[in-house]
Ligand binder design. Structure first.
Ligand SMILES: Nc1nc2c(ncn2[C@@H]2O[C@H](COP(=O)(O)OP(=O)(O)O)[C@@H](O)[C@H]2O)c(=O)[nH]1
Ligand SMILES: [Mg+2]
Length: 202
C-alpha cells in the first residue's frame, strides 16, 4: 500500500515556522512518521503533500530521503481537497494510507497492524480513532470528538481510502485503538514538550 503524509498546514497553534520541519531531538518532526512508514512491511511508495505554507518541508524531505520519498505540491488551505489532489497526482488507484506529519510516536509495527485491520474490515475506507480516555490520561485536549454509540472517540489523523474512488464519499469503518502513541499529535508547545519527554525515555 502507498502512503501520503499530509504536510501543508499552517502550524499556527505551535507557531514555530513550518511544523513538519521543526527539529525534535535532532531530526525533523516529519521524519519520525516517514521513518516508520519506510520500516513498515506493508508500505510501498511514500509521498509527502506539501503546500505554499510549507515550502521548506519539500526540500528537507527530498534531501533527507535522497529522492526515495516523493513530494507533491498541493494548493493548501483545504485538507480534504489537497488529499484528493495528492492521490490523483500520485496516480494511486488502490487503497492508500493517509497520515499527518505530526504523529511522531507511531511505529512501523503499528502501521502494519492498522493496514491488517483495514484488510479485514470489509469497507472501502477506514479511519483510526482513540477513545477519549486515552487523551484524558495523557492530559491532551482533543480538537475533535465523535460520539459512536455513546462512546466518545477522537480521530487520530490516519485514514485509509480507496484511491480509485477518491472523489466520492466512501463507507468508513471506525477502528478504535486504545494506544497512547496515536493520541499524541503535535499541535501545541505543550504537546511538543510532552513528546520530547516521551522520546527521551524510549
Ligand atoms: N497539504 C495539506 N496539508 C495539511 C493541510 N492542513 C493540515 N495539513 C497537514 O495535516 C497535518 C495535520 O494538520 P494540523 O495538525 O491541523 O496542522 P497545523 O494546522 O499545521 O497545526 C499536518 O501535518 C499538516 O501539515 C492542508 O490544507 N493541506
Ligand atoms: Mg495536528
Amino acid at each position: 500500500m502507498d502512503a501520503i503524509v499530509m504536510a501543508g498546514g499552517l502550524g499556527k497553534r505551535l507557531d514555530m515556522g513550518e511544523k513538519p520541519c521543526i527539529e525534535v531531538l535532532g531530526k525533523p518532526l516529519i521524519s519520525y512518521v516517514i521513518d516508520s512508514l519506510e520500516g513498515a512491511k506493508k508500505i510501498e511508495r511514500i509521498f509527502v503533500a506539501v503546500s505554499p505554507a510549507t515550502p521548506n518541508t519539500g526540500k528537507v524531505v527530498l534531501n533527507y530521503y535522497d529522492g526515495r520519498v516523493k513530494v507533491i505540491m498541493t494548493g493548501g488551505g483545504n485538507y480534504v481537497g489537497d488529499m484528493v489532489y495528492a492521490v490523483g497526482s500520485a496516480g494511486i488507484s488502490e487503497p492508500v494510507l493517509i497520515i499527518m506529519s505530526d504523529l511522531p510516536l507511531i511505529s512501523s509495527d503499528l502501521i502494519d497492524s492498522i493496514i491488517s485491520e483495514y484488510e479485514k474490515c470489509g469497507k472501502p475506507a477506514m479511519s483510526v480513532h482513540v477513545p477519549i480516555s486515552v487523551c484524558r490520561s495523557l492530559g491532551i485536549r482533543p480538537d475533535t470528538v465523535f460520539n459512536r454509540d455513546g462512546n466518545l472517540i477522537v480521530p487520530t489523523g490516519i485514514n485509509i481510502l480507496d484511491g480509485k474512488n477518491i472523489q466520492q464519499e466512501q463507507e468508513d469503518f471506525n477502528l478504535i485503538l486504545k494506544i497512547p502513541e496515536l493520541a499524541l499529535n503535535i499541535n501545541t508547545v505543550d504537546n511538543l514538550k510532552r513528546c520530547k519527554d516521551l522520546l527521551k525515555f524510549d
